[in-house]
Design a protein around this ligand. Sequence first.
Ligand SMILES: Cc1cc2nc3c(=O)[nH]c(=O)nc-3n(C[C@H](O)[C@H](O)[C@H](O)COP(=O)(O)O)c2cc1C
Ligand code: SF4
Ligand code: FES
Length: 618
Amino acid sequence: MKASVTKPETGTAGDIPGYFGSASIYSRDEIPAEAFSAVDEYVAAHPGGHERLIPVLHCAQSVAGYLPFELQDHIADLIGLSPVQVYEVVSFYHFFSRKPVGRHVVRLCKAVVEKHHGMAAVAAAFERAAGCRFGETSADGAITLGYTSCLGMSDQPPSALIDGVVMTRLDPAEVPGLVRRLRSDEQVRTRVDEGIVQTGQVIFAPMERGTAIRAALNMSSEEVINRLNGSKLRGRGGAGFPTAMKWDFCRKAKGEAHYVVCNADEGEPGTFKDRVLFSRVPDLVFEGMTVAAWAIGAREGVLYLRAEYEYLRDALEAVLDRRRRLGLLGDHVAGREGFSFDIRIQMGAGAYVCGEESSLLESAEGRRGAPRDRPPFPVTKGYLGQPTALNNAETLCAAARVIEKGPDWFAGIGTRDSTGTKLLSISGDCARPGVYEVEFGVTVSKLLELVDASDAQAVQIGGPSGACVAPKDFGRRICFEDVPTGGSVIVFGPNRDLLEVAREFTEFFVEESCGWCAPCRVGTTLLAKMLDRVREGRATRAELAEMEELAATVRATSRCGLGQTAANPFLTTLRSLPDLYEAKLSKRPYEPVLDLAQALAGAQVLAGRPSALKEARS
Ligand SMILES: Cc1cc2nc3c(=O)[nH]c(=O)nc-3n(C[C@H](O)[C@H](O)[C@H](O)COP(=O)(O)O)c2cc1C
Ligand code: SF4
Ligand code: FES
């Protein structure tokens, strides 16, 4: 492929000349012919409809390096879509590139934990070695440097995806050698530690393959659901919806087919427990999906795996193959006449909002990950418009254990309303980051003891969309009754600038907003700008009150959970640590947000009246 120096991608179709006209800025001979034939072969081997679009785009990009319009048009023709249906998908996802890139692409994680743990030095080393800035491609076309948000490796910073391969604990000293090897087209090797620090009695306790399935097959689907109901298992994806109720609604919903979908998008910065589940106990996740299939009457399951975890895919396909060979997937599962179920893996393409269940379904169907209006909920109209049980990977693991070991055993662990254990991904300023399986109800101070962080200034629970917990509240418990979390726990030591953290987290929402509704799209941007003014000591008390009003509006009027929680970095730091804001407030009674003289300066020069404003004032 011919590569060239490129500028960072800036967003809309309007940025790229030629798209809406007949001519493209790229000539066809820059695109390797193999990309077209790879796409033809893929489409021929995978009959179906619109839902194939994202896998086909991944296939095309893996050969061409990027997705030029000719290739997009070709794909549109092949799967019967309009060019714009393809373009809107390509432009939505972070991992699709519309412009040529180098032969090797480095995506360095720029999340706040990385910034606190040496990211800048690694970035500088990459720029020096590659001879280009982040957002650019080196002059020899070998290397493109870019940033990305959390890769699910927060316990091992600094980390990067290099040609889709994860490398953690990067050291600036190793970067020149790494770049040299990339220039000579050597393949990099995955470097990730397993990351489990504490195992518990539910998820990481040993279980023989097929035990939960056989137990389920000895019961009717109603009995399986009753057993789950008795366990009081609640969803581990964040919202805590009772799993038995979800499966029961789905089982009773009418449709041509029922589906089980496993949500492994894991995009909340600081979360990496699904990565560990899929590397350590993938069979348990598939066991849970199969139990769900029996309970709701599904023949097909989809594992929606985030693009950042592509490196796990081959191993997961091998696990699925082994389960087919063992008769635990396919026709007559575990020998049961009439029960057929299989699972396919669907890769995401880099979009945090696709963790939201309705966006995930849009994405799995080959569209932009824009949330759907609800009702109808996925249990009645989910994947391909059919009843769907969509669960977090950890929920499915816990469900399998409940069916194997019984509801009373499970309900005896944890608290009254939060039964069982929870996997926590703990990162930041602590001596022992990693995944911990703890009983629900554990206090924040107990966690800090476990991870050896005696001097924490604050702990962020539930990622940017969660809550900032200050030392006065370290006695609070991790559970649905008190502080709920999908799993992300980030510790901030005494020297961290928490206003900067709140700003970074808000910026994350600016970048990840799907843009559909104004409160989220505009509100997050305004909040980020206002946080800048606070940090610079320019915000007045009145402005802080305005920020609170704006945050309340964003929370109340956004369409989906992303916008509804996007003001949390500001609101929860303000509530937990008001002194941080108080210390920064401008003591001046009034300072205009807009510097009128500066704003008019350009126009005054053009009009030849540079002193107009001064005259008016005098
Ligand atoms: C912006 C956003 C991102 C989300 N990301 C995830 C995710 O990565 N994994 C997940 O299981 N749930 C995520 N959720 C919650 C899902 O919408 C859904 O509630 C969950 O997958 C249901 O599974 P459960 O009942 O097993 O928890 C997200 C929600 C929102 C609003
Ligand atoms: S709240 Fe944000 S992410 Fe959700 S639909 Fe609106 S713009 Fe999209
Ligand atoms: S991988 Fe970088 S913060 Fe999570």
